[in-house]
Design a protein around this ligand. Structure first.
Ligand SMILES: N[C@@H](CCC(=O)N[C@@H](CS)C(=O)NCC(=O)O)C(=O)O
Length: 420
C-alpha cells in the first residue's frame, strides 16, 4: 500500500488538501524563506509572477479550491455550485474527484465500475501521462454537500440497486434492472384487495404508469399514514387531514411530497417525457363541475361500502373519523329500505349527462378529453371510476353508463394495469 502510494503521482492532491490547514503552519516553521511567502495568497502571487513556475500554463486554479473552507460559500467552489443550482450531488468520473473534495472536505462516494478492457487504445493525457489503457480502473464518484452524507448514501444506494455490474476485473455491463430499481416510493392506501383504490392515489399512479417511471408501492393503513409520513419529515397539510396519501419519496433528488397535485407537478417537471397537460380550460370546467355536483353523491355511495374493504384497524379508524364528520352512522347513508340513494343519483342525472358530453368535446381527435393523448383530467376521471369499481361494481355502473365516462376509463386502461 505504502509502496503504491509512494509511486503514485498524488502530490498535487495532497498539497491541495494540506493548503487548508497546514500551509501557514508550514511556512511559519521554515528556517529560510527567501521569497517571504507566508500565506496561500503569497504563494499564489509568487507562482504567478515567477517565470520558472510556468504560469499560466501551470495555473493556480487549484489553490482557489483549497481555500473553500476558509472562505466559506461566498467564494463559490464546488459548494457554491451545489448551492446555486440547489443540487443534491454532483456525479463525475472518479479521477477528477480528489481535487474537488479533499481540500474543501466534501463527502464523496465512489462506485467502482471496472477497468478498461484488453485492446483499449492507449491514450495519453495533455502532459504525456497515460490516461486510458487496458487495465486502468475507473469509477463514478458522487460528491455531496457538507453534512449531507445520508443523502449521498441514499442516492448511491438507489443507483447501485438500479445497475448490475458484472465482471469487475475486465469489462463492464450496465443495465437497468427495472424489477429492483425504483426511483420513487409511492405511499398508497391499503385495502383488503391489495390494490390501489384511492382516487387521488390513482391520479399519482397514473402519472407514474403513463410516464413509465420506476417506482415501488408502500401500502399504508389509515392509522399508519400520519406516523409514517411524519417520520419521513413531511410537513402536515394546512387544512383537512394532517397527513394524507398519495405521498412520494423521490430518491434521486431526496424529495418528499404529499398531495396529488404537487406530486403531479413534480413528476411533470422532473419527467417531462410523455408529457401530461396538467391544466386546460376544458379540464378545469370538467373538474370543477364534477367535484361540485357528482363528488358528494359519489362519496355518499362509496363511504359506507369502502369501510367493508378496509383491514380491521383501518375500519375502526375510518368509521370513527367519518362518522364524527357526517354526524351519523355510515350505513345511514345507504338509506336501506328507502330510495334515498337513488334520489341522490337522480338529482345529478342531468349534470352527469352534460359532463359526459363535455368529456366527448374532442372525440374526433381521439378518446381523451384533449383528444389523442391523456391529460390530468383523464386521470382524474379514470381514477375516480377505478376507485368506485374497486369498492362496488354497482356504484361504478351508475357513472360508467353515461356516454363519455366509460370511453375515458377504457382509454386509460393501459396505464391502469399496474395497480400495486
Ligand atoms: N387533497 C389531497 C387529499 C388526499 C386525501 O384525502 N387522501 C386520503 C385517502 S383517499 C387520506 O390520506 N386520508 C387520511 C386520513 O383520513 O387520515 C390530495 O389530493 O392528495
Amino acid at each position: 500500500m505504502r509502496e503504491a502510494y509512494m509511486k503514485a503521482t498524488y502530490e498535487g492532491i495532497t498539497v491541495s488538501a494540506d493548503f487548508v490547514s497546514d500551509i501557514a503552519a508550514y511556512f511559519a516553521q521554515l528556517t529560510s524563506n527567501p521569497h517571504d511567502i507566508h500565506t496561500l495568497d503569497d504563494l499564489r502571487e509568487f507562482t504567478q509572477r515567477e517565470r520558472r513556475e510556468e504560469y499560466p500554463d501551470r495555473d493556480t486554479a487549484g489553490s482557489g479550491v483549497a481555500e473553500e473552507p476558509a472562505a466559506g460559500r461566498r467564494r463559490g467552489g464546488v459548494s457554491g455550485l451545489i448551492a446555486r443550482y440547489n443540487l443534491s450531488a454532483l456525479v463525475m468520473p472518479t479521477e477528477y474527484v480528489p481535487t474537488w473534495t479533499s481540500a474543501p472536505g466534501l463527502p464523496v462516494i465512489t462506485v467502482p465500475l471496472g477497468v478498461y478492457p484488453p485492446g483499449t487504445p492507449i491514450l495519453a493525457g495533455s502532459r504525456g501521462l497515460i490516461a486510458v489503457a487496458p487495465g486502468i480502473p475507473f469509477g463514478l464518484a458522487w460528491l455531496g454537500k457538507w453534512w449531507f452524507e445520508e443523502t449521498l448514501v441514499a442516492l448511491v444506494g438507489g443507483y447501485e440497486r438500479g445497475i448490475c455490474i458484472s465482471n469487475l476485473t475486465s469489462t463492464i455491463t450496465l443495465q437497468h434492472d427495472r424489477t429492483n430499481y425504483s426511483e420513487i416510493v409511492l405511499y398508497d392506501l391499503a385495502c383488503t384487495k391489495n390494490v390501489c383504490f384511492s382516487p387521488v392515489v390513482w391520479c399519482a399512479r397514473l402519472m407514474l404508469n403513463y410516464k413509465q417511471i420506476p417506482y415501488k408501492t408502500v401500502f399504508l393503513e389509515f392509522p399508519d399514514i400520519e406516523p409514517t409520513l411524519k417520520e419521513l419529515g413531511l410537513a402536515p397539510n394546512e387544512t383537512g387531514h394532517k397527513y394524507t396519501v398519495p405521498a412520494i419519496q423521490h430518491a434521486p433528488t431526496d424529495t418528499h411530497l404529499m398531495g396529488s397535485i404537487p406530486i403531479a407537478q413534480f413528476l411533470e417537471s422532473t419527467y417531462p417525457d410523455r408529457p401530461v397537460p396538467l391544466t386546460s380550460e376544458l379540464g378545469s370546467e370538467i373538474g370543477t363541475r364534477a367535484r361540485a355536483a357528482v363528488g358528494p353523491v359519489l362519496t355518499k355511495s362509496l363511504m359506507p361500502r369502502e369501510v367493508r374493504i378496509l383491514p380491521p384497524r383501518a375500519q375502526e379508524y375510518f368509521r370513527r373519523t367519518r362518522e364524527a364528520s357526517i354526524g351519523r352512522p355510515l350505513e345511514d347513508l345507504l338509506g336501506e329500505g328507502t330510495d334515498e340513494e337513488q334520489r341522490r343519483w337522480d338529482a345529478v342525472d342531468e349534470e352527469l349527462r352534460a359532463l359526459g358530453g363535455l368529456l366527448q368535446t374532442r372525440k374526433a381527435e381521439g378518446p381523451f378529453v384533449l383528444g389523442a393523448r391523456p391529460s390530468y383530467t383523464d386521470f382524474f376521471i379514470a381514477g375516480s371510476l377505478q376507485c368506485a369499481r374497486t369498492v362496488d361494481e354497482g356504484v361504478f355502473e351508475r357513472i360508467a353508463k353515461y356516454p363519455g365516462f366509460k370511453d375515458i376509463y377504457e382509454a386509460c386502461q393501459p396505464y391502469m394495469e399496474r395497480k400495486d
